[in-house]
Design a protein around this ligand. Structure first.
Ligand code: REL
Length: 954
């Protein structure tokens, strides 16, 4: 069994966030800065550093990483350690680093019985850290970092670097290392680890204009000086795999040292899903002699081209992509068929046998089942058993297919290609992070459980600003078991404590979780001025407030942080939060401006000005990123356009959403608007304005807006028909507009349903609006979720009863979803229950009977197993559960809607025999779905993006 080094979450959090300095992401503690345990090794003490010993014969990548540890110790302490290759450790405290079988010192310690490496020996990337007492003559104490193979040792080294306070993002996000006079290591018993997912990597893609502009300025091209930084970052996060940038770039061709350097560092290279045989797409443009990318017409040339790909990467660790798509990441032409593709793969394997290893089954190969290629597979195309099947998401973070029980037996295993960034329909997203960690968790947990564990690779766009999800993806891949859903909030707290110290860690974690969650509701690229309802459920204003509130919190933390942490904070927290807040407010402001224009409000022009200011602020934030932080180090890195999309592809320039301006007459002129309506008085429908009902169960105020349609201010009065109606501003002056809150003293309101009125007078005008009220007799005695405004709304996690069967369990996935969270049934690979038993029950109180509809909001799970689609069932009380197939509508349009909305909303129809208490039941039929929210619409639901907010519950 694997050994795990993860301590119990809650206890560790308490220690980390309140008592100890920030360190790694929940690993077992190996480093101390004061009061070390007895026999701890002094890595640095009173200005003296322990010597580091490596074997000159060890892997070049190990020697290089040992140099990083040497630098990291110096970075943290005032001491500069010596890195020695003489094989003769001496001194009170020493650090010995080496790979089993490659380091004479390590092998000697093992042979002498001083070091037991049986926990990692023979494992892929296993590492072990142990502190030994008197292991060698003349040595009092030794910190021994051992690896089962090259990367194992490197990961052990970086484990120590991280634990002494050097973040993997020290260079890539300027996270400073905290200074400590003394640094100690202690692991009296061996601490060892090894990954679950064999290949864990990132794909630099869609890299223009941001990454490309930055690389050109800093390195003059995608050369090995640039890639060294990427390799180090990947290894520091204990990843091992890269698909290099390919928008006009060619890894092996642009700089002949790229491949060699990767291999030395210890990073496995692959070419992306549609670039077979270690050749970049652009190389065919360079060397294809203008021939078509078509196997029927250019077979000889292609075989030669691919042969060269293997030669250019000869002897270097790689994963070879097989197969072929059309030119430029397109499907192959009509004529292409399964037998042609099978022939292509066969020919590619012959080349591999010739160039790499006659036993081709020993050469790691991948076949990516991307887009239409998956259909070829479903139609029967197969590749040899040793080839890894790389299943893909739908480019929007939802895995399209996972191995069946039968497919899990394949020797080559399976992997996942995932996206945090995408260029394509329904709309590209390549700016800031829009993929919340709980969503990544939920999807990659599926992958893990369905044993797609050979390889995980994620498209990370320009790399920045995807720092947070990238590290989570790689960390989760190392050991998914260490991160059950309930530990997700801990993950970000540990991360924030490591990067910025414990003081603000909880707050930072919350801010980072929230901005990604908010962006996941609707990606900034897909926002329209009317995405969020401007009138119903206060939706648009609520969205803006939520964003503004986290932006304000981030500003405050930034000001409170020591100056040396602010650049990192800007990159990792402040910029993405503020930028997302500004963009959301911009669209809402433009929407409101257009509505106000139609309503004739004098403040229309103010909103146009506000929109312009926000548009300017968006550009100013980019400028700060490029010029003000880190001495201009990140110039170009935020140059991705993100405003003014008109179709799937990015706009060439940021364009402000259109705003309305109007000529405002001089004379005062009163208008009145009510919550929940676009209509105003005076105007069409303006004589019958009514507020949404005030309801005793909600006890929530409503509002009216008294606004000016002219320039001169006017006085107004509002009078109520009933003495128990309260108004926060019953009279006053209106320059532009005045919001008046309408409430009631519920104790004085008679039972029943009634309508009161408000009379509003000003600027010579007068109008009356209706105030409906509801206070059913015996309201206090009712239980459950209460119908108000013609709906009953429940967040899935607020069930009344959760029923699980057969050792199964309900799992809450915190923050997974557009509103609160998600609920899923574990294990996610349990067989279907055609007579559903497992369920969540919700007690509701309905005031109406007859036909109702239930809207069930689910995560956008794809049909990841063969079959007709994944199903849940839904029922009221004792009616037979209606089975709903989430994938019944397999159209492109339905999918576009799901991914754009970040949710699947499905409707079922029910008949309620009589008003009163009822139980709504959500049943599990197939595994793997995530339910997030339920809305019972008895006829009152108003249009909005996220649906009505949760109902009152008694
Ligand atoms: O996101 C994807 O997987 C693809 O669209 C890209 O990999 C694609 O290759 C594109 O960047 C250029 O060809």
């Amino acid at each position: 069994m694997r050994q795990r080094i993860f301590a119990a979450g809650a206890m560790l959090m308490a220690l980390l966030c309140h008592a100890l300095p920030a360190q790694a992401l929940g690993q077992k503690k190996l480093a101390w800065f004061d009061q070390p345990p007895i026999d701890a090794v002094a890595m640095a003490h009173n200005g003296q550093a322990a010597r580091l010993y490596v074997d000159a014969a060890d892997y070049a990548g190990v020697l290089r990483a040992a140099g990083d540890l040497q630098g990291d110790i110096a970075r943290v302490s005032a001491a500069k350690p010596v890195l020695s290759k003489d094989g003769k450790p001496a001194g009170a405290d020493v650090i010995i680093i080496g790979t089993i079988g490659k380091s004479a010192l390590i092998d000697q310690l093992v042979a002498a019985g001083k070091l037991d490496v049986s926990a990692i020996k023979g494992k892929w990337e296993g590492w072990q850290v142990q502190t030994l007492r008197k292991p060698l003559p003349g040595v009092e104490r030794a910190l021994v970092i051992t690896g089962s193979d090259k990367r194992g040792t490197i990961f052990g080294i970086y484990e120590m670097s991280e634990q002494i306070g050097v973040s993997p993002w020290n260079w890539w996000a300027d996270v400073p290392a905290a200074k400590h006079a003394n640094v100690y290591a202690s692991a009296a018993a061996a601490v060892s680890d090894a990954p679950v997912v064999q290949y864990r990597g990132i794909f630099l893609n869609d890299e223009a204009p941001a990454l490309t502009g930055w690389v050109q300025q800093r390195y003059g091209g995608f050369n090995h000086q640039f890639y060294e930084k990427v390799f180090e970052l990947i290894l520091r996060m204990r990843g091992n795999y890269l698909w290099p940038a390919m928008w006009g770039e060619a890894f092996y061709d642009d700089d002949k040292l790229n491949g060699k350097t990767a291999d030395e560092y210890g990073v496995v290279i692959g070419t992306s899903h549609h670039e077979p045989m270690m050749r970049a797409h652009d190389e065919w443009r360079r060397y294809g002699e203008g021939k078509p990318w078509d196997y029927n017409r250019s077979g000889d040339k292609l075989r030669e081209f691919w042969t060269q790909g293997l030669r250019a990467s000869q002897g270097q660790e790689k994963l070879i992509t097989l197969g072929m798509r059309g030119d430029g990441d397109e499907p192959m032409s009509e004529g292409a068929n399964v037998s042609l593709l099978e022939r292509i793969v066969g020919d590619q394997r012959s080349i591999i046998a010739k160039e790499v290893n006659p036993d081709v089954t020993k050469v790691p190969q991948v076949w990516a089942l991307y887009k239409e290629v998956q259909e070829y597979y479903e139609k029967g195309m197969r590749v040899p058993d040793d080839v890894t099947l790389l299943w893909c998401d739908d480019n929007w973070g939802n895995i399209r297919r996972l191995p069946t029980a039968e497919e899990r037996k394949r020797a080559g295993g399976a992997g996942i290609y995932y996206h945090f960034d995408y260029v394509g329909g329904p709309r590209s997203y390549k700016w800031i992070n829009v993929t919340p960690l709980p969503k990544v968790w939920e999807q990659m947990h599926l992958a893990w459980q369905y044993q797609a564990n050979k390889l995980w690779i994620v498209n990370v766009g320009d790399l920045k600003p995807m720092e947070v999800p990238i590290e989570f993806f790689l960390t989760y891949a190392w050991n998914p078991e260490a991160w059950p859903a309930e530990r997700l909030p801990d993950y970000l707290k540990l991360w924030a404590a490591r990067e910025f110290g414990p003081e603000h860690a909880d707050d930072i974690a919350d801010i980072v979780a929230k901005y990604a969650k908010y962006n996941g509701r609707r990606k900034p690229e897909q926002l329209e001025p009317t995405t969020y309802s401007l009138v119903n459920y206060n939706e648009a204003a609520r969205i803006v407030d939520e964003y503004k509130s986290i932006a304000a919190r981030a500003e405050k933390i930034s000001a409170a942080l020591p100056a040396n942490k602010r650049d990192a904070f800007f990159q990792l927290v402040l910029y993405p939060v503020k930028a997302a807040a500004v963009v959301n407010e911009l669209y809402v402001t433009a929407g409101q401006n257009q509505l106000y224009g139609l309503q004739g409000r004098a403040s229309t022009n103010d909103l146009a000005a506000r929109a312009r200011a926000l548009f300017t602020e968006d550009a100013e934030l980019v400028r700060q990123y490029h010029e003000d932080i880190s001495g201009g180090k990140w110039n170009h890195m935020m140059s991705q356009t993100h405003l003014g999309y008109t179709y799937w592809n990015q706009p060439p320039r940021n364009v402000m959403p259109p705003v309305t301006e109007m000529q405002v007459p001089k004379a005062a002129d009163m208008g009145v608007a009510v919550e929940g309506s676009e209509q105003v008085w005076p105007g069409p429908g303006g004589d019958a304005l009514a507020l949404p009902a005030l309801d005793v169960f909600e006890k929530q105020a409503r509002f009216i807006d008294i606004f000016n349609r002219g320039q001169q201010a006017f006085d107004y009065t509002v009078s109520a028909s009933e003495p128990w109606i309260t108004l926060d501003k019953p009279s006053g002056k209106v320059a532009r507009q005045q919001r008046v809150l309408v409430n009631v003293r519920w104790a004085e309101v008679p039972d029943g349903v009634r309508t009161a009125t408000l009379t509003i007078a000003g600027a010579g005008g007068k109008t009356t609006i209706k105030v409906p009220l509801r206070k059913p007799a015996g309201a206090a005695a009712l239980k459950g979720f209460i119908e108000t405004g013609g709906v009953v709304v429940m967040e899935a996690e607020h069930y009344t009863h959760a029923v699980a069967v057969d050792q199964r369990a309900w799992q809450l996935i915190p923050d997974h979803g557009r509103t609160l969270s998600g609920m899923t049934a574990l294990p996610v690979d349990a067989p279907a229950d055609d007579k559903p038993r497992m369920r969540l029950e919700y007690e509701v109180q309905l005031f109406s009977a007859g036909k109702v509809e239930v809207q069930t909001t689910l995560a956008p799970t794809q049909k990841f197993q063969p079959g007709a689609g994944l199903r849940y069932a839904i029922s009221f009380d004792d009616e037979a559960p209606q089975v709903i197939n989430v994938h019944a509508d397999g159209s492109e349009k339905a999918w576009e809607r799901t991914v754009s909305d970040g949710a699947t909303v499905l409707i079922s129809h029910h008949n309620i025999d009589k008003p009163g208490p009822h139980t709504l039941k959500f049943w599990v039929v197939d595994s793997g779905l995530v339910v997030q929210k339920l809305v019972v619409n008895t006829g009152g639901q108003q249009p909005s993006y996220l649906g009505p907010p949760e109902s009152p519950r008694q």
